[in-house]
Design a binder for this molecule. Structure first.
Ligand SMILES: [Zn+2]
Length: 221
């Protein structure tokens, strides 16, 4: 079941090590099927190189395994908490990508100083309160900090991004890490200047109208 979604989620999980966003088997991507509401997610503790569409785990929104031989990601409860509370989210990605997580280690947000990331997010990247690793507390912290947005740093943990698909959520994680690295490097040289929200809104609207071949927002190419 959900063969296309399993292929997409598997492929997006492979993007994490390819883009140096993860080490070992840490990090995970999931996607939600809009028809059935079922979620496809990476299995727990399996190296990325071993992942195939067949190894993906299908769960319902209460975490019951619907299909799959292995246990789902240890972060499944966090993904499901977000899916239960955000109808607009159909894909999630979690990493400990180093530059973004260095902000999370300080409990600091990533300021909105670069247009490539504000085009996508329409704002800065907020950092949540500290949350006990576990489904409900971390899920609540993400929801609170996101405030309807698509990317959050969880204090003392890492990056959680959301999207209209697993592919979009993963792309946000890639661009977020690039922005975190560049912003970090800029901050080494002095104070950075944050873009005014009015300008961020104007640029984000322009981006949505003009980027890509179809005029639709596509953060993947
Ligand atoms: Zn984690």
């Amino acid at each position: 079941m959900l063969e296309a979604l399993k292929e997409e989620v598997c492929e997006q999980n492979h993007e994490l090590p390819r883009n140096r966003l993860v080490v070992g088997s840490g990090g995970n991507v999931s996607g939600r099927d809009p028809e059935t509401g079922l979620v496809v997610i990476k299995p727990s503790g399996v190296k990325f190189s071993k992942l195939t569409p067949e190894t993906m785990v299908v769960v319902d929104l209460d975490g019951r395994i619907v299909e799959g031989e292995m246990k789902p990601s240890v972060d499944t409860g966090i993904h499901l908490y977000i899916y239960r509370h955000r109808a607009d989210v159909r894909g999630m990605c979690h990493t400990h990508s180093p530059y973004a997580t260095s902000f999370a280690a300080r409990g600091a947000r990533i300021p909105a100083v670069l247009t490539p990331i504000t085009h996508i997010l329409g704002r800065d990247v907020p950092c949540s309160r500290y949350a006990t690793p576990g489904e409900v507390d971390t899920g609540q912290a993400i929801l609170e900090a996101a405030d309807g947005g698509m990317a959050v740093l969880v204090k003392a943990h890492g990056v959680f991004t959301m999207g209209a698909s697993a592919t979009e959520a993963t792309s946000v994680a890639m661009y977020l890490e690039e922005a975190a690295m560049t912003t970090h490097l800029a901050m080494l040289h002095g104070t950075v200047e944050e873009l005014p929200q009015k300008e961020i809104d104007r640029c984000a609207a322009w981006f949505r109208q003009n980027y890509g071949q179809s005029g639709e927002k596509d953060v993947n190419s």
